[in-house]
Design a protein around this ligand. Structure first.
Ligand code: UDX
Ligand code: UDX
Ligand code: ADP
Length: 463
């Protein structure tokens, strides 16, 4: 089948950038991205390209080039489903906050709603592609819904997990390490796989396009994220040991990273990993293992999360301890709120948990992040339900520039590795602060000797 119309349900961090790049590389395909969130779609359609809802380096240029040509953003979900030959499902799959599997299992209600809507609307055969990260065997559930409530049309379900990282989404999409497509082993399944391969082959060498069965593809996505997160928890665990022994985590990471069996990526000790995927996917893996009574497997992976929670907690504890065991009514400045640089996404950001702990100690917190606004910061804290919205709002100030954020504060905590932090006038900041002036560098971003020369008491992770 020659594909010339596709749609994507979900205009988020995955759906938006992925479809923009497909549209750019496949001018012969009409790409429609739909979402039930009207505000989000309006933002994607905003005349001012700088107002698109997701910040990713290079994204606005691609959207500017393709939008209205062969890339469309719409709230008309049914029309888009009806027209498309391939439907990507890219809706959110957060951790369940209620009922069975609460706090662990993925909440599949949005996925199920999509499946039911596709089943209701589709009048001809469709290929349905799982783009969101899903527990292994979700395709089976989707297929059941489609086959039993549909209008007698044929559906093929493919798993095509997205491996892009936020902050580098565009370059990851343009030049991915691999594309993974899982499908049925039947001739129809293989035909569906071929249709999707042909789309990617417009810009990706076929040698990088890997095809597997559906279950391997689903499980590979969880596994990749679990391995990456495990490396961070491993290095973070050793960072604490370094702080006790006089070893330096930079030097240790450098030394082990040169072993080609280990490799040098993802060995940066930090205040803890965040983002929408790592924690959610590991919890998912743990939940699945438990559901098959594989308790050792579950415990093994759960430790990655336990270690990450510990790393965030001990960072906040260290601030309190260093500031003479009290931060009550002291101004503490947080530089960075996003879960990593070059994104405006804050999901599961370590900053949220560090702020929450410091609020428990009654600190006054001032926050500056180049891409995150006050509304989002307060919503993130509110979501934890530790205290009332009003109580959070009264203790949190947000600033539009870093110098105001730091003025009069006792300590600065670096929580996101934004490049601009490196180039601040640190002498000016030092002079405006209470003394002794502390910096807790949760990203090992700044130059220790320079800051010490100015007069700061500087503490990093793992040294
Ligand atoms: C190891 C380290 O590799 C080496 O750098 C260090 O100096 C000494 O310890 P060694 O124990 O000789 O070397 O062999 P290695 O190849 O690391 O294998 C260790 C064990 O792991 C073996 O039983 C091997 O079969 C097993 N293994 C290795 C696996 O089960 N899977 C793998 O992918 C790799
Ligand atoms: C991750 C995977 O990398 C990506 O393949 C998958 O599709 C989605 O999940 P993302 O969460 O966007 O991507 O960002 P990533 O770069 O993996 O960083 C995740 C978290 O780990 C961030 O908080 C980051 O700061 C932290 N991190 C990363 C470290 O603390 N140390 C490191 O060495 C690397
Ligand atoms: P991700 O990081 O996985 O892309 P996001 O939360 O950024 O996650 O995006 C998911 C998007 O999916 C949201 O904008 C949400 O409104 C949208 N969505 C969820 N359920 C549906 C649905 N049934 N139909 C259309 N859009 C949906």
């Amino acid at each position: 089948m020659k594909i010339n119309k596709i749609c994507c349900i979900g205009a988020g961090y995955v759906g938006g950038p992925t479809m923009a790049v497909i549209a750019q590389k496949c001018p012969h395909i009409k790409v429609t991205v739909v979402d039930i969130n009207e505000q989000r779609i309006a933002a994607w359609n905003d005349e001012n390209i700088d107002n698109i809802p997701i910040y990713e380096p290079g994204l606005s240029t691609i959207v500017g080039e393709t939008r209205g040509r062969n890339l469309f953003f719409s709230i008309d979900v049914e029309k888009a489903i009806e027209e498309a030959q391939i439907i990507f499902i890219s809706v959110n799959t957060p951790t369940k906050t209620y009922g069975k599997g609460k706090g662990m299992a993925a909440d599949l209600k949005y996925i199920e709603l999509c499946a039911r809507q596709i089943a209701r609307v589709a009048k001809d055969n469709k290929i349905v592609v799982e783009k969101s990260t899903l527990p292994v065997r979700t395709a089976e559930a989707i297929k059941n819904i489609l086959d039993n409530t549909g209008n007698g049309v044929q559906f093929q379900i493919l798993s095509n997990p997205e491996f892009l990282a936020e902050g580098t989404a565009v370059s990851d999409l343009l030049n991915p390490d691999r594309i993974l497509i899982g499908g049925d082993t039947t001739p129809e399944g293989q035909k569906a796989i071929k249709s999707l391969v042909e789309i990617y082959a417009n810009w990706i060498p076929t040698i990088k396009i890997l095809t597997t069965n559906v279950w391997s593809s689903e499980l590979s996505k969880l596994t990749a994220n679990a391995f990456l997160a495990q490396r961070i928890s491993s290095i973070n665990a050793l960072s604490e040991l370094c702080e006790k022994t006089g070893a330096d985590i930079h030097e240790v990471a450098g030394a082990i990273g040169m072993d080609s069996r280990i490799g040098s990526n993802f060995l940066k000790a930090s205040v803890g990993f965040g983002g929408s995927c790592f924690q959610k996917d590991i919890l998912n893996l743990v939940y699945i293992a438990k559901s098959y009574a594989l308790h050792e497997v579950a415990d093994y992976w759960e430790q990655v999360i336990i270690m990450n929670d510990h790393q965030k907690k001990r960072f906040a504890n260290r601030i309190v301890q260093t500031l003479y065991n009290t931060v009550a009514d002291k101004k503490i400045t947080l530089l960075g709120w996003a879960f990593k640089k070059d994104t405006n996404d804050t999901r599961e950001s370590a900053a949220i948990y560090v702020a929450d702990d410091l609020l428990n100690e009654q600190a006054n917190i001032s926050v500056y992040d180049p891409k995150v606004n006050r509304k989002k910061i307060l919503a993130d804290l509110d979501y934890l339900e530790t205290r009332s919205y009003k109580a959070n709002a009264s203790k949190i100030t947000t600033c539009n520039n870093p110098y105001d954020a730091c003025e009069g504060s006792h300590a600065i905590a670096i929580l996101t590795e934004w490049d601009e932090f490196i180039y601040y006038d640190w002498l000016k900041i030092y002079e405006s602060m209470e003394k002794p002036a502390f910096i807790f560098d949760g990203r090992n971003l700044l130059n220790k000797l320079d800051l010490q020369k100015i007069g700061f008491i500087y503490q990093a992770i793992g040294s």
